[in-house]
Write a protein that binds this ligand. Structure first.
Ligand SMILES: Cc1ncc(C[n+]2csc(CCOP(=O)(O)OP(=O)(O)O)c2C)c(N)n1
Length: 388
C-alpha cells in the first residue's frame, strides 16, 4: 500500500477537517491532493500528535486528523498516554508506518524500530487507547479514517502499514510562518475566534485597561499568587510536569474549572500540545523547571520558532542563587539558553511582580509571536524558614 494512494482515496471526502501533517513527503503528498488552509504542514518529528491533540482539545467540535510517521511517533510515544488520558473524541491519529525514516533514504540504515521489535499499535493499546486499528489496504484505510471523522468516537489510532514508495509531487513555497498565518486566519473565520492580536491598540488610542488583579500580600503562598496570576490574566490551558516549587500552582490548575490542565511526561510533549492549543484559540501556559526548558529545546525551536507561535513558559530557576539542593550548576546556562533561543523573559524575585510579568509577557507575545518566559527565582518558589 502506497501512502499517496491512501491520501488520494480520502482527499475528496475531506471538507473542513483540520489536518496536522508530518514533515517531508507526507506533507507534500497530502498538499498535492488537498490544498486547504486547515492543513498545518511539515510539523517536526514527535510534534505532529502533540499539535493535533492541542487542537482537538481547543476545538472539540471539529475533527482533527494527524498524519504522522513511524519515525515521528517513535520520537515521543508518551503522547499516546496523554491522548488516552485526555481522550478527545474528535481526534484521529493516523500513523503512516513504512518502518523507516524513508524521507532520508531507503535501506537497513534508515529502518525504524517498527521494522524490528516495536509494535506501534500494541504500544498505543498498552497506553490506554481502545480504538486502535491496523490497516493494510487502501480500502480499509479509507473506511477507518472516514469512519473516525464522521463518527467522532475517538480518540482513534489508525496504524497504516505502507510501503516505502514516495510520490514526488513538488514541494510548497510556503514557509512555516505563512502556513501558520493562513491556518490561524482560517480557524478565526470558521470558528469566530481571535487568535492573532497583532496590535494592542490603534495609534493615539488610550491604552486598554489592565486586567484586574486581586491584591497580593506578603503572607500569600507564592503558588497561589502564581495560580491567580494565570487565571486573572485569562490563561485557560496549562500543561505541566511536576516541579516541587510549583506543586501548589499545579494542584490549583487541576482543580480549577476555568483552566484545562494537561499533565505530561515530557515538557517537550507539553509545549507541542500548547502550540496546538494556541492555534485553536486558547491561551496556554507551560509550567516546568528550567530543566524542562532544556528538555523542550527542540520542540520550541523546531515548532514555536519555525512557525512563529507564542507560549507563556513559567519556569523555576533551579541553580539560581539560593538553591538549596544539588542543582547548583544547572542554572548556569538558563539565561544564556533563553537568549540563544531568542526567548524574551523576565526574572522574578519579588512575589508582587508575578502577575504583571504574566500580563506583560502575554501582551508582548501578541507582537513577538514567540515564547516568553516568566523565570521565577528559586528563593521565591521555595518555602522559607521563619527566620530566613
Ligand atoms: C529531530 C530530527 N531528527 C532527524 C531529522 C531528519 N529527518 C527528516 S525526515 C526524517 C524521517 C522521518 O521519518 P517518518 O516520520 O517515519 O517519515 P517518513 O520519512 O518515513 O515519511 C528524518 C529522520 C529531523 N527532521 N528531525
Amino acid at each position: 500500500m502506497k501512502r499517496y494512494d491512501c491520501f488520494t482515496a480520502i482527499a475528496d471526502k475531506f471538507t473542513d477537517e483540520i489536518v496536522v501533517a508530518n514533515l517531508a513527503n507526507t506533507a507534500t503528498e497530502w498538499r498535492s491532493v488537498r490544498e486547504h488552509d486547515s492543513n498545518l504542514f511539515f510539523v517536526g518529528m514527535g510534534m505532529v500528535c502533540p499539535y493535533a491533540l492541542g487542537l482537538a482539545m481547543a476545538l472539540p467540535n471539529r475533527p482533527v486528523v494527524a498524519f504522522d510517521g513511524d519515525g515521528g511517533i517513535l520520537f515521543d510515544m508518551s503522547v499516546f498516554g496523554v491522548i488516552a488520558q485526555t481522550a478527545p473524541s474528535n481526534l484521529c491519529i493516523v500513523i503512516l508506518d513504512n518502518e523507516g525514516y524513508i524521507s532520508t533514504g531507503r535501506g537497513g540504515h534508515t529502518a525504524s524500530l517498527s521494522a524490528g521489535t516495536v509494535d506501534i499499535a500494541a504500544v498505543a493499546r498498552a497506553s490506554g487507547l481502545n480504538n486502535v486499528h491496523e490497516v493494510q489496504t487502501v480500502e480499509s484505510f479509507r473506511d477507518a479514517v472516514l469512519d473516525s471523522i464522521t463518527s467522532q468516537t475517538g480518540p482513534t489510532i489508525i496504524v497504516a502499514k505502507i510501503n516505502d514508495e514516495q510520490a514526488f509531487v513538488g514541494t510548497s513555497l510556503m514557509d512555516g510562518k505563512e502556513n501558520k498565518y493562513r491556518f490561524a486566519r482560517h480557524i478565526e473565520q470558521s470558528e469566530q475566534k481571535t487568535i492573532l492580536k497583532p496590535s494592542a491598540r490603534e495609534h493615539g488610542e488610550p491604552p486598554k485597561p489592565d486586567p484586574v488583579f486581586s491584591p497580593v500580600t506578603e503572607t500569600d503562598p507564592v503558588g497561589e499568587v502564581l495560580f491567580d496570576g494565570l487565571r486573572e490574566n485569562m490563561v485557560d490551558f496549562v500543561v505541566g510536569l511536576p516541579c516541587s516549587g510549583f506543586a501548589d500552582t499545579i494542584r490549583r490548575c487541576m482543580e480549577d474549572q476555568s483552566i484545562q490542565y494537561v499533565p505530561v511526561a515530557n515538557e517537550g510533549t507539553g509545549v507541542g500540545i500548547c502550540a496546538g492549543a494556541w492555534l485553536g484559540g486558547l491561551t496556554p501556559a507551560a509550567i516546568m523547571e528550567n530543566l524542562g526548558l532544556y528538555a523542550s529545546t527542540y520542540q520550541l525551536m523546531r515548532g514555536h520558532y519555525t512557525f512563529g507561535i507564542p507560549l507563556l513558559l513559567v519556569a523555576e530557576y533551579r541553580g539560581d542563587a539560593g538553591e538549596t539542593e544539588f542543582f547548583g550548576d544547572s542554572g548556569d546556562m538558563t539565561e544564556p539558553w533563553l537568549q540563544a533561543s531568542r526567548i524574551n523573559y523576565r526574572l522574578i524575585r519579588d512575589m508582587h511582580d508575578i502577575k504583571p510579568a504574566i500580563r506583560d509577557g502575554l501582551r508582548w507575545m501578541n507582537f513577538g509571536l514567540r515564547p516568553y518566559n516568566v523565570l521565577m527565582s528559586f528563593d521565591l518558589t521555595r518555602p522559607k524558614l521563619s527566620n530566613s
